[in-house]
Ligand binder design. Structure first.
Ligand SMILES: C[S@@+](CC[C@H](N)C(=O)[O-])C[C@H]1O[C@@H](n2cnc3c(N)ncnc32)[C@H](O)[C@@H]1O
Length: 226
């Protein structure tokens, strides 16, 4: 039981994230993750995220036939489609039901037999065991202790977890401090920058793969192989 995330803080974050992505952010997120024109700032985020998705996918075998992969926090499903196209059986889970619906609509019809969508928590043990977990930008909102325990929860179900964190750069730390001045009700879920070396304490097998920095998108790709 020690390894389960602290329900008081983990669940509070999770509910806030779900409310945000199921509410005002649904359309913004759908647009950012499409080919539709976006502002210059958002275009840097889109380019950075494309680069990050490629870096993360490069950690997995090109041929995923026979593998069961969890797309943890699948959003609108960009990685889901790529994983399924490589032959994986994908469980695509997101706490936002609105985003899983968009992901299901966007999935090419030829891949539908390889993907199961679920609206819920990625840590739900009923999702079963996996050959790999792919968690892009979905664990970035959790406090360090919750993140560490969530990673342990994923690691008991999969030998490989590839995920991202926001690093503690001066820019991201300044944004984090600025975000704390807003009253809670007005805020989107706050990204919590992490020091990956510190995160490694108590998580043997955690390694740093790559930092992607494009304009307003700055993110570290990490991998846990316990
Ligand atoms: C920034 S979006 C990234 C979505 C997708 N991975 C991508 O890269 O396009 C973060 C997503 O993680 C989801 N999420 C956050 N915590 C989650 C949890 N505990 N279980 C399932 N989904 C979660 C959010 O609902 C949101 O869709």
């Amino acid at each position: 039981m020690r390894d389960l995330p602290d329900p008081t803080t983990y669940d509070t974050t999770l509910e806030r994230v779900a409310g945000y992505f199921d509410g005002t952010a649904t359309q913004v997120w759908a647009r950012l993750t499409s080919d539709a024109p976006v502002s210059r700032i958002r275009a840097t985020v889109r380019a950075g995220r494309d680069r990050m998705r490629a870096a993360m996918l490069a950690r997995l075998p090109a041929d995923l036939r026979g593998a069961r992969v969890l797309d943890a926090g699948c959003g609108t499903g960009a990685a889901t489609a790529e994983l399924a196209a490589r032959g994986a059986q994908v469980v695509a889970v997101d706490i936002s039901a609105a985003l899983t619906r968009i992901a299901a609509e966007r999935l090419p019809p030829g891949l539908r037999g390889r993907v199961q969508f679920h609206a819920g928590d990625m840590l739900d043990p009923r999702l079963g065991r996996f050959d790999a977990v792919f968690a892009m930008d979905s664990l970035i909102y959790y406090a360090e202790d919750d993140l560490r325990r969530a990673l342990r929860g994923l690691a008991v179900r999969a030998p490989q977890t590839v995920f991202t964190v926001a690093p503690r750069t001066p820019l991201l730390m300044a944004m984090w401090h600025a975000g704390r001045w807003f009253p809670r009700a007005d805020r989107s879920p706050t990204m919590i920058p992490q020091d990956w070396r510190r995160l490694r304490r108590g998580l043997p097998g955690l390694g740093h793969i790559e930092r992607v920095s494009r304009g307003f998108y700055i993110s570290d790709c990490l991998e846990l192989r316990p």
